[in-house]
Design a binder for this molecule. Sequence first.
Ligand code: ADE
Length: 227
Amino acid sequence: MRIDIITVVPDLLKSPFEASIMQRSIAKGLVEVHFHNLRDYVTDNYRQIDDYQFGGGAGMVMMIEPIDKCITALKQERTYDEVIYMTPDGETLNQGLANTMSLKQNIIILCGHYKGVDQRVRDHFITKEISIGDYVLSGGELGALILCDAVIRLIPGVLGNETSALTDSFQDNLLAPPIYTRPAEYKGWKVPEVLTSGNFPKIEAWREEKAYEHTKKRRPDLLTDQE
Ligand code: ADE
């Protein structure tokens, strides 16, 4: 998968791709991430990428021309499956959307800043708008990172044990069951006996039951969504 991220603050984006699973996915050649600084696509001397709103109102608006130039240059090199705009009024990111995005080959992610982008960018270039939740960030960059992390870990081969993504919370509309590791007893607090029994069908049944109980208690909406 290739991800092209368009931003005015590339420095905000780089380090998360230099550690842990995202770094390894790049090292393994499963993912390519490229950053594009919008200011490199500005023709005027002031490197201006934003301007006042027509009609008045607080906050600057990102201009269409640099964004057009950047997206058009990328599209000349390859075909993109999606051109995503990170925005609080987009479709809320969830596991289903991350699963769908993980199947794409090439995506562009445009990070908004200031008040956002000129509406014509959204009308003519954007194919999908994604929000990471009902709150407003100062830019789309942190949202883009969250989207990348959620998507990249789902790409086959990225996680060592592929089943570990399948047993994540939300994959089957259930939260994950409790997990334990050694020691089997600590300060008198014991690991549930079934987990050390070696009886795998019984362990599986226990996990399913706990996942259901946990979901019912914390996120009953997930269970009704399924019906
Ligand atoms: N940009 C600003 N707020 C955002 C949000 N909640 N999700 C995605 N992009 C954003």
